[in-house]
Design a protein around this ligand. Sequence first.
Ligand code: AMP
Length: 216
Amino acid sequence: MNVILFGPPGAGKGTQSDFITKSFNLHKVSTGDLLRNEVNKKTDIGNKVKSIMDKGIFVSNEIINDLIEKILSIKKFYNRLIFDGYPRNLDQAKKFDVLLKKYDQKITCVFRLNVDKKLILKRILGRQTCTKCENIFNEYFNLSTAQNHPCGTEFLVKRSDDNEKTILYRYKTYIEETLPILEYYNKLNLLYEIDGTMEIDKISNKISHIMASIEA
Ligand code: AMP
């Protein structure tokens, strides 16, 4: 099955997609992670997108679509993908359809994590990522401890685009450009709305329950 996770920045897409990846043996495709990887490796793409990402502006559809096509063409990931942060506007969604057909794949279900702006701000301002194991923690909601995170706190970093100004811009862009895509998936009866303010485990349970029932 191929799954899409939608939600504003800070909705918990990263955390939930990590969970689904493990539980359902899928491969995670986070366009944000793929781009950050290019930035860290200082590739041509990375150098081009760094300042765009720091401002929270969308990277060009051309760059994104190329990244996605590369993944869709990999045989071992055939129909085993979870998309986090893609598609993000209608043009990407249309191109995605074309690419899915080209590689003989389809979307099984789409989850939307609903979280309001106030909570998003708090979640993102507290967000920390481990550079060693790549797990995500939060100063306010999900502290890194000796029990849940053996790497320790010295590897925890904040993302350069996790500041208030950029978060508000990213949220506005989500409402204006990404939300319209959801209507499209709703009409195809693929959309499941999830309350993203619930505890992490409850959200994971809800998502896995729905996915298991679809798979059955
Ligand atoms: P994320 O990690 O999903 O919050 O994405 C971080 C940043 O990467 C975004 O603010 C955009 O600058 C860029 N980005 C990630 N995914 C996309 C996408 N599908 N389309 C355009 N830009 C993207």
